[in-house]
Design a protein around this ligand. Sequence first.
Ligand code: HEC
Length: 108
Amino acid sequence: MRAIVVGTVLGVLLACTAWVPVAVCTAVAADAAGLYAQCAGCHGEDGGKAALGVARPVKGQTADALYGKLKGYADGSYGGSKKAVMAGIAKKLSDGDMRALAAHMASF
Ligand code: HEC
């Protein structure tokens, strides 16, 4: 299990470094699905849930918008009443993780 997680993260990092446009990361959506597993409990398998009753569903949003929001949670420039929840999560994501997750969520 650990090897699978490490392999997934490495794969996403290699495919989604900072200079790769968000759209290109869609190609690694399968890896991103592994990363999204930690988000599905709150946001729903298909991104359609209002997490903790307050979040705007991620489903239906563009990759660029979602990436910007993840960055915003990490640097404190975005968020609502429960932003502390996402700030804690976003700070643990690498830039490549955020790009891959954004592309994955935009594909719902
Ligand atoms: C413990 C529940 C929980 C988990 C786990 C979680 N989120 Fe969230 N998420 C929230 C809440 C609550 C909000 C709304 C926070 C606020 O008030 O801004 C949110 C907001 C968001 C938003 C912004 C939605 C919008 O349009 O404003 C994005 C994008 C997002 N989460 C992505 C993720 C990703 C990606 C993961 C996994 C790495 C994740 N979340 C894991 C609870 C969670």
